[in-house]
Design a protein around this ligand. Structure first.
Ligand SMILES: O=C[C@H](O)COP(=O)(O)O
Length: 271
């Protein structure tokens, strides 16, 4: 879904909720059902603004059953995948399994994977390829830590991640890709990058993709901002020209808050 039906946006906005290691499968389907009801009550148009959740692996089968059973328009994805499709890789989860569970998306290179699990750009490049091999749309996360931000090298640092992670991907793959810019210093801290910071980086990433591929590809790739997004700040971030959505952590665990972010267009009018 890359052609927007939404006049203001060139690309269909994506509001993504990363539950991280929260919500067991029972809690997860309760949350998802409430979210679906809340959005239905608000007559949310999923063609205008796409909404997706990223539950823990152990919730995915229950999520699939609920989404299929109740014919929900909500999308879902996993928080990580293995670079391999099968074999002796204890504890890893294959993209093929995620595909079979009906996942549309998969997060790749979330900063918590890069820092806690030491995932390198080389590994993430392999994970991106595994996602495409299995028909999943990757949501590639990039962004700088506080020291790099303070040294003024944040754009250069983030674009280097983009270049390394995308190596060997073709134009069709990158057109379908979602990239989430998540400054590490703004994740779970209450510190939110300003709308101008989000725009600066998303514009730089789009220009980089145009350089690496062409303008047509850059016009299709969706770019999200993530880091302490709440209903109160979502609209001003989403108003930015090159920001096509948000990746929400903590606030995605609160149904009313997340539904309000999905319904950010309501706040654009009064913002
Ligand atoms: O994946 C989501 C990001 O890490 C942002 O998390 P946060 O909204 O809790 O800051």
């Amino acid at each position: 879904m890359t052609t927007s039906t939404n006049g203001k946006f060139d690309r269909t906005p994506l509001i993504a909720g990363n539950w991280k290691m929260n919500m067991d499968h029972v809690q997860g389907i309760t949350l998802l059902q409430k979210l679906a009801w809340t959005l239905k009550d608000a007559q949310h148009d999923y063609n205008r603004v796409e909404a997706a959740v990223f539950p823990p692996f152990t919730d995915l089968r229950s999520v699939q059953t609920l989404v299929r059973g109740d014919k929900l328009d909500l999308e879902y994805g996993a928080q990580d995948l293995s670079p391999k499709d099968s074999g002796a890789y204890t504890g890893d989860i294959s993209g093929a399994f995620l595909s079979k569970l009906g996942c549309k998306y998969v997060l790749v290179g979330h900063s918590e994977r890069r820092t806690v699990h030491g995932e390198t750009d080389e590994l993430l490049n392999e994970k991106l390829k595994a996602a495409y091999r299995n028909g999943l749309v990757p949501v590639l996360c990039v962004g700088e830590g506080l020291e790099i931000r303070q040294s003024g090298q944040h754009v250069q640092h983030t674009l280097e991640q983009v270049r390394r992670d995308l190596e060997g991907l073709d134009a069709e793959q990158v057109s379908a890709l979602v990239i989430a810019y998540e400054p590490i210093w703004a994740i779970g801290t209450g510190e939110v990058a300003g709308p101008e910071d989000a725009q600066e980086m998303c514009a730089a990433i789009r220009a980089e993709i145009a350089d690496l591929y062409d303008d047509a590809v850059a016009a299709k790739t969706r770019l999200l901002y993530g880091g302490s997004v709440k209903a109160a700040n979502a609209a001003s971030i989403l108003k930015q020209r090159d920001v096509d959505g948000v990746l929400v952590g903590g606030a995605s665990l609160d149904v009313a808050e997340f539904a309000n972010i999905v319904r950010f267009e309501q706040h654009l009018v009064t913002d």
